[in-house]
Design a protein around this ligand. Structure first.
Ligand SMILES: Cc1cc2nc3c(=O)[nH]c(=O)nc-3n(C[C@H](O)[C@H](O)[C@H](O)COP(=O)(O)O)c2cc1C
Length: 383
């Protein structure tokens, strides 16, 4: 019995040592086949909250990968050590910026943040469509509000050492009387703390929000947001985040507005989640209400990037997002016209080691295609 116990102890300790090593070293297979399935033992929202909490305490795998010069790129006068960032929605409340940078993202988009704290929709409100590599969410802007995020961002900015790039994504309160006022407040309160600001008019879970993408409303909104931005000392770039479900006319209208000198913004994020449900979805959860993200939105979003790049003559930097889970997916978005790329859903399935894998793959593809730098491939589909 004693021998058995010792053997069990040795085996268990061995496994723990192996596991700890694999976790710490960011072993990709170990994350894919062991760590991430453990997270899936709990519901999608709990595992998200646990993941962000772990990151807020700095619990992330070691990452020794040094971004190669071919991935370094400059957008809005800011140098990004690689073009891959965390999409909005993962770090809604500005808790995990340091860890997200440590696992290899060159930039993090905090939010969406609403002026006042609000709970969002009732639970359950996030669903994993595992068979489809997808998620449906109807969070409805659960947010700690401007004041808390501003405080966290101030603490983050006050930390000594290298400041990484953090954008802030702005939303509106569900019961607010004025969407414009909510976004303007976001600019005033958070603008000086952000490397860029995003006006999110494309989340499908706040009634009426996506109507702000219509021509007149969008122009009025942008004019007011830019006025507020221009009165800030640091004047961060302002981006608009759009849906993948827009008609061709919607996209033409948006291009007209954002190229108009009165309402000329600094960039676009393409795209948010889709309210469509492609016929090939297999999961029984496919008819849950909300925005669909991950693999099924990949081509929709890449096509929208290609169209918006064309309509804007490549004059406005685009952040491409939707279904990216490999270096090839990131490259496709870059060729369609994205200067930078973001992801969320694939990381929820594959864990932090995915970021290094994507960067390695992208570096290899660029080399094979004869590019010295990722910026040379931006908009390649249009040449
Ligand atoms: C659970 C969840 C929450 C999200 N919350 C936000 C949000 O608050 N604001 C926003 O602009 N986008 C939000 N998004 C959309 C993502 O930023 C991204 O545009 C979309 O998921 C497509 O990228 P992906 O396929 O890599 O996830 C959310 C996505 C998910 C999956």
């Amino acid at each position: 019995m004693g021998k058995l116990r010792s053997a069990a102890f040795i085996v268990t300790s061995g496994s723990v040592i192996f596991a700890s090593h694999a976790v710490l070293s960011g072993n990709e297979k170990f994350y894919k086949h062991f760590i991430m399935p453990c997270f899936r033992l709990v519901d999608a929202e709990t595992s998200h909250v646990l993941g962000v909490k772990a990151m807020s305490f700095g619990m992330v795998p070691l990452n020794n990968y040094i971004d190669p010069p071919s991935l370094t790129t400059t957008v809005w006068g800011k140098t990004f050590s690689n073009p891959i960032g965390t999409a909005a929605g993962f770090d809604k409340h500005a808790e995990a910026m340091v860890s997200l940078h440590n696992i290899g993202f060159s930039f993090v988009e905090v939010g969406s943040v609403t002026p006042l704290p609000q709970d969002g929709n009732s639970k359950p409100r996030v669903f994993r469509l595992t068979e489809d590599d997808a998620v449906i969410n109807r969070y409805g802007f659960n947010s700690v509000g401007h004041t808390v995020v501003a405080e966290r961002m101030k603490n983050y900015r006050a930390k000594p050492g290298k400041q990484n790039i953090v954008g802030i994504n702005l939303g509106k309160n569900k019961t607010s009387d004025s969407a414009i006022q909510d976004y303007v407040l976001g600019v005033e309160r958070l603008g000086d703390l952000a490397d860029y600001l995003v006006v999110n008019v494309s989340s499908p879970n706040t009634p009426g929000l996506r109507d702000l993408q219509g021509k007149e409303k969008l122009q009025e909104l942008i004019v007011n947001v830019l006025k507020a931005r221009d009165s800030l000392p640091r004047k961060p770039p302002v981006l608009i985040k759009i849906a993948p479900d827009l008609t061709s006319k919607d996209k033409h209208d948006i291009a007209d507005v954002i190229l108009d000198p009165k309402s000329r913004i600094d960039g676009l994020i393409v795209s948010n989640t889709t309210i469509t449900r492609p016929s090939h979805l297999k999961s029984t959860l496919k008819n849950e209400a909300g925005g669909l993200s991950g693999k099924p939105v990949r081509e929709l979003s890449t096509d929208a990037i290609r169209e918006m790049y064309k309509l804007t003559d490549g004059k406005l930097p685009i952040i491409g997002v939707g279904g990216v889970s490999s270096g090839r997916d990131a490259y496709d978005k870059i060729k369609a016209g994205a200067s930078l790329v973001q992801l969320y859903t694939a990381m929820a399935f594959l864990g932090p080691p995915l970021i290094t894998t994507i960067k390695k793959e992208l570096e290899k593809i660029l080399r094979e295609d004869g590019f010295n730098n990722v910026s040379e491939a931006v908009g390649l589909d249009h040449r």
